[in-house]
Design a protein. Structure first.
Length: 75
């Protein structure tokens, strides 16, 4: 999922032009949609994640943090 975000120019722009808090607000709005798209590719993992709000938050926090740092560095 990180690569899906990192390959999109709009997410690169969000990271370059915003602080981490703003980036994470944008990311949090989009994350469920991206996760739903990926659901078919790994349904067991996503069934577990969507049924456990704590797991969803943890995955979202980790992916968002890593993605932000990656995009800020321009990779």
């Amino acid at each position: 999922m990180e690569n899906d975000y990192a390959s999109q120019e709009k997410w690169q722009n969000y990271a370059e032009k915003n602080d981490f808090k703003t980036f994470m607000l944008l990311f949090a709005k989009d994350f469920p949609n991206m996760a739903a798209k990926r659901y078919e590719q790994n349904d067991d993992f996503f069934v577990r994640m969507f049924s456990d709000p704590d797991m969803m938050q943890q995955v979202m926090d980790i992916v968002g943090s890593v993605l932000y740092e990656r995009l800020k560095k321009g990779k």
